[in-house]
Design a protein around this ligand. Structure first.
Ligand SMILES: *[C@@H]1O[C@H](CO)[C@@H](O)[C@H](O)[C@H]1NC(C)=O
Ligand SMILES: *[C@@H]1O[C@H](CO)[C@@H](O)[C@H](O)[C@H]1NC(C)=O
Ligand SMILES: *[C@@H]1O[C@H](CO)[C@@H](O)[C@H](O)[C@H]1NC(C)=O
Length: 339
């Protein structure tokens, strides 16, 4: 285990990954593991069947935990921008100074002096691609995904928008790289992000490691889902709850498409797969209806329902697949451990 890997790591990732995965092979970039990092937005602790939800079956998300390691004591920040800043900078919010989500149209951004995870991995020879929500600053080009180390990007820069029209406060926010991508108007974002992630994985070159950051819009408000998904939950009387279930279900199908693509890809045997929520689900809050039972509170609160979330890691180097890891881990552990 290299010394640099030990620096700054306070969590339990090192007890999960084997030496061979952690070390790579010196001088051989082709052997570095591919990394697929999936972020769900506002997913409630009890809104996956893995945690016992009798209401929302999530077989594909559960399967990642069952084939890998389920992080049962895993913590993040109670809202999105702070957690996402921490994922990509490796810094806790007491260092980034970002305690609140960035408002629409803000001039705030994650400090440009920080080197982010994609930039570190680029230096190690990785192809870096991002899909989905950004929400880490957008008022100068250097603050955009493509300015911060991602070679490729498809998604929206702000924190929330219409899933179909990609409209936020009267503006169309959907870009391929830095170019406005109008052709995606009226397509539900989850299909777009899953398809781009699947294609990126299927075309991945085993000779060049890939870092793919996929940040889905689901299950953040506005409550929108394709009719066939809403119909699956027509037995749920509460409309907000019905939509949360539908939006989680399509998220699970999108995750299933990604894990299926990984199995069919040329990088199947050499990929680390991570799944995490950015914060707990909002309960009786933000006009939506997640469920974090048995944790108290939800998004926007410092109770565990806001800060303890669904998390798991699978794939290359997992020493004890199918186990739970009860060691405490935090969002800030990913960057130093992976790098
Ligand atoms: C950005 O980080 C640098 C140090 O890396 C610090 O000097 C500066 O004050 C930070 N800027 C903001 C706005 O926090
Ligand atoms: C997207 O499509 C909707 C519905 O057809 C339309 O109202 C809207 O103007 C379109 N957005 C843009 C930016 O063209
Ligand atoms: C999953 O892939 C299938 C087959 O390509 C596609 O029809 C479906 O729309 C995809 N689902 C999602 C949620 O992306």
């Amino acid at each position: 285990m290299t010394r640099s890997l030990m620096l700054g790591v306070v969590g339990s990732l090192l007890c999960i990954l084997s030496r061979s995965a952690a070390d790579g092979v010196p001088g051989s970039e082709a052997k570095r593991p591919n990394i697929v990092f999936i972020v769900a937005d506002d997913l409630g602790w009890n809104d996956v069947s893995l945690h016992g939800s009798p209401q929302i079956p999530t077989p594909h998300i559960d399967a990642i935990a069952h084939s890998g390691v389920h992080l049962t004591n895993y913590h993040v920040q109670p809202v999105c921008t702070p957690t996402r800043s921490t994922f990509l900078s490796g810094r806790h919010v007491i260092h980034t100074g970002i305690y609140m989500p960035f408002a629409q149209g803000t001039a705030l951004r994650l400090n440009l002096s920080y080197t982010l995870l994609p930039a570190y991995l680029k230096k190690l020879g990785y192809r870096t691609a991002a899909v989905g929500k950004w929400h880490l600053g957008q008022n100068v080009e250097k603050a955009l995904p493509t300015g911060r180390g991602f070679d490729e990007y498809l998604g929206y820069w702000s924190g929330a928008e219409d899933y179909y029209t990609h409209d936020t406060h009267g503006g169309y926010d959907f870009q391929d790289g830095t170019e406005c991508a109008i052709k995606y108007n009226n397509t539900y974002s989850t299909y777009i992000f899953a398809e781009r992630a699947v294609n990126t994985i299927l075309e991945a070159d085993p000779e060049q490691p890939l870092f793919l950051y996929t940040a889905f819009q689901n299950v953040h408000w506005p409550l929108e889902a394709p009719a066939e998904y809403v119909a699956r939950f027509s037995h749920i009387p509460n409309s907000e709850r019905q939509y949360v279930a539908a939006m989680t279900s399509i998220l699970d199908d999108a995750v299933g498409n990604i894990t299926d693509a990984l199995k069919r890809s040329r990088i199947a045997d050499n990929t680390i797969l991570i799944f995490t929520s950015d914060n707990g689900g909002p309960v009786h809050d933000e006009n939506t209806e997640s469920n974090n039972y048995p944790l108290r509170g939800g998004k926007n609160t410092l109770w565990n329902g806001g800060t303890q979330v669904v998390g798991m890691i699978a794939g290359k180097g997992i020493e004890n697949p199918g186990t739970d890891c009860h060691g405490m881990m935090h969002a800030s552990d990913w960057l130093p451990s992976l790098v």
